[in-house]
Design a protein around this ligand. Structure first.
Ligand SMILES: [Zn+2]
Length: 674
């Protein structure tokens, strides 16, 4: 029976080696302009991402695996063991703990694709055997329910609560299984995911409309489409389309859950930002397969709303911890709907209390990556890169061992109330550990985002020291190597190590912040306009040994916000290339306070490499003005005093690196002086 199942699976999914093995597999998606190179085709060699990848391999993954398999700290794995009947006890941890574990599993699978370390393979096989035992015969798997079912307690029932996390967990199982299959060629995890997806398909055929809306943090939209891409089973695409269509059809939906009105009728991003961004990413996946123009129309509205009015300068999403949606059906305060961890109103972007959950910022990357694949437009790569370097990386310490759930733009010890979530990095976020495995899987997978391919050729999305060995869409082989200190320096040197034998286009991303970019081929500047925020297409008969040099100048730039963002009026944020900077108390002289520092717009900050916690980092140093406003105690207002000009030596560090030198005050938006 098992052999028969295995044979059937091979027939259904085909041979992994003959199929594109991309992280997000749009290789056969009719409405995606771009597709990814296979996992393992890009190897970081030196520089920024090579450094982060090494920490991910050697510390982030082993550390989190240790935490998740130590039941004294986390029950993530123990829950599966109990559900499998291999141990006794009760479920512990949040209802989305299974999904957390699948995300970590996905990180291991992605790391295996790059390293082929047999230790990772053996670890995954051992784990899959336990997950398989925990799964019900009908395909359902959610350890809080399975454990109670084993006890016959009658306490938990499958899909009894539309606000439960079953589909979120199942979605991560699907994604992890597709990636495991593509990385290893093995079907042991995929079999479990096929059973689970079939269960979900059958459930949605018969479920009450109320329960059919179960869609908290809908990772399963992406998961189900990826299952379709892996198995080519049309019922999975039908399921994905239905999941979107059933939203907003009941009369008790909420703006928090983006289902008060149907998705296609929504005109602005609202509610819980993780849920919103996962929904948008999943809808983009459905568009890539179906070409449903009503979906891309809505996604364009959402994207413009987020990027032009609701996103932080760090790419962070979700301004509010708690708020209300004034868009509900009534003005009666009793009826006003609560939103949480949510997008704010237009231009409502507070700094101290910014929620910006790491998962929402990762959702921003997932969404923009899919928009980039669909359209080939560089503006999506710009947002993706912004989020990665700033509000995603800020979610994990430089050491790879501690985490932030929220990513505020300022922190002060003098703020006289406790915010709900720690602003200090912690090793284990007890109530909400969704972010740590999410950021770890993302860092394990950034090499998969570096390039894309299209019918015309090769696309350079993210720069970093790496080698690429891949096949273009026409099966032509290409090998190249990239040397750069990006994002600390805009010089990128690319050598073609094996060229295709036909004329081929290469598309070099010119970031939106990059003015006066230059591309030289074998020492000669390319004579074409290189517009910021576009891909520069260069078509030629490339030869082995060709050298391409990009220079993307990255001067220190003072940024200001739209004046409707009242929290940042008369303040500046400092950016250099894609990296946003902040000021932390650890870099000030004794007695000086972060919030007394002011910058002039003409400030000449100079780049200077430093090391924090063994991580090389480009800091910016210079002079700043100091306001003597140390006596705010019991005062809300007072007359203005003149700042002392150039009275402080300051050092700014990249925002993502804040909070790595102990507890500190921090700000990203700094008052503008003169
Ligand atoms: Zn999270």
């Amino acid at each position: 029976m098992i052999r028969l199942l295995a044979i059937c699976l091979i027939l259904v999914v085909g041979d992994a080696s003959a199929q594109q093995k991309a992280l997000v597999n749009t290789g056969k998606s009719k409405y995606a302009k771009l597709s990814s190179v296979d996992m393992g085709d890009v190897t970081w060699t030196n520089g920024f991402w090579a450094d982060r990848f090494k920490v991910c391999r050697d510390t982030m993954i082993p550390n989190l695996w240790r935490i998740y398999t130590d039941a004294k700290v986390s029950h993530a794995y123990r829950n599966f063991e109990i559900a499998a009947g291999l141990d006794t006890g009760s479920h512990q941890g949040p209802p989305f703990h299974d999904g957390d574990f699948y995300k970590l599993f996905e990180a291991v699978a992605s790391m295996y694709a790059s390293t082929h370390d047999p230790k990772f393979d053996a670890l995954m096989d051992k784990t899959i055997a336990v997950i398989a035992k925990a799964q019900r015969a009908d395909g359902y798997i959610h350890t809080p329910t399975i454990i109670e079912e084993r006890k016959n307690s009658g306490k938990e029932k499958a899909f009894n609560d539309r606000l439960n996390f079953e589909t979120y967990n199942l979605g991560h199982l699907m994604t992890a299984a597709c990636i495991h299959y593509r990385a290893t060629g093995k079907t042991n995890m995929l079999k479990l995911a096929i059973k689970a997806t079939d269960y979900l398909y059958n459930f949605y055929k018969t479920a009450s409309p109320e329960l059919a809306r179960n869609a908290i943090c809908p990772s399963h939209y992406m998961g189900v489409v990826e299952m379709y891409r892996t198995t080519h089973d049309p019922k999975y695409l039908e399921l994905a389309k239905n999941l979107i269509n059933i939203r907003g059809l009941m009369d008790n939906g909420t703006d928090d859950n983006q289902d008060r009105i149907p998705l296609r009728q929504q005109t602005q991003a609202m509610g819980h930002a993780v849920r919103a961004n996962y929904l948008f990413a999943g809808a983009a996946d459905v568009y890539a397969e179906t070409g449903d123009t009503t979906l891309i129309h809505t996604l364009n509205l959402m994207w413009n709303d987020v990027v032009n009015r609701k996103m932080y300068i760090t790419g962070g999403c979700g301004a509010l911890y708690d708020g209300v949606s004034p868009d509900g059906t009534s003005y009666n305060p009793n009826d006003v709907q609560k939103v949480h961890q949510a997008y704010g109103r237009d231009y409502q972007l507070p700094n101290f209390t910014a929620h910006n959950e790491t998962c929402a910022n990762i959702g921003n990357v997932l969404w923009n990556w899919r928009m980039l694949q669909v359209t080939g437009e560089a503006k999506y790569a710009d947002v993706m890169e912004l989020a990665l370097y700033n509000s995603v990386l800020s979610g994990i310490s430089l050491s790879g061992r501690s985490f932030l759930y929220t990513n505020p733009l300022s922190y002060s010890d003098e703020l006289p109330f406790n915010q709900r979530w720690s602003k200090d990095r912690v090793g284990y976020i007890k109530l909400s550990n969704c972010c740590p495995p999410n950021v770890v899987r993302t860092i394990a997978e950034i090499n998969d985002y570096a390039y894309s391919v299209s019918d015309k050729g090769l696309w350079f999305n993210l720069y970093g020291g790496n080698t690429l060995t891949t096949k273009l869409k026409n099966d032509a082989e290409i090998k190249l190597s990239q040397i750069t200190s990006y994002p600390w320096d805009g010089k990128i040197s690319i050598s073609i190590d094996q060229a295709p034998d036909k004329a081929t286009s290469m598309f070099f991303r010119i970031p939106g912040w990059s003015k006066d970019a230059i591309i030289k081929i074998n020492g000669t500047a390319v004579n074409q306009v290189l517009s910021p925020g576009s891909y520069a297409e260069i078509i030629r008969n490339w030869k082995t040994g060709d050298k391409i040099e990009l220079n993307l100048p990255m001067p220190v730039t003072m940024m200001e916000a739209n004046p409707l963002v009242e929290e940042t009026r008369n303040q500046v944020a400092v950016k250099r290339g894609p990296v946003v900077y902040c000021l932390e108390s650890a870099d000030l002289e004794k007695g000086q306070k972060v919030f007394d520092i002011a910058l002039s717009a003409q400030n000449e900050l100079k780049p200077e490499m430093i090391t924090i916690d063994n991580s090389p980092i480009m800091s910016l140093t210079g002079k700043a003005d100091v306001r003597e406003e140390n006596s705010w105690k019991n005062q809300l207002y007072k007359p203005v005093t003149s700042p002392k000009q150039n009275a402080a030596n300051i050092r700014l560090i990249p925002y993502y690196a804040w909070g790595n030198r102990g507890h500190a005050d921090m700000e990203t938006w700094i008052p503008l002086d003169r």
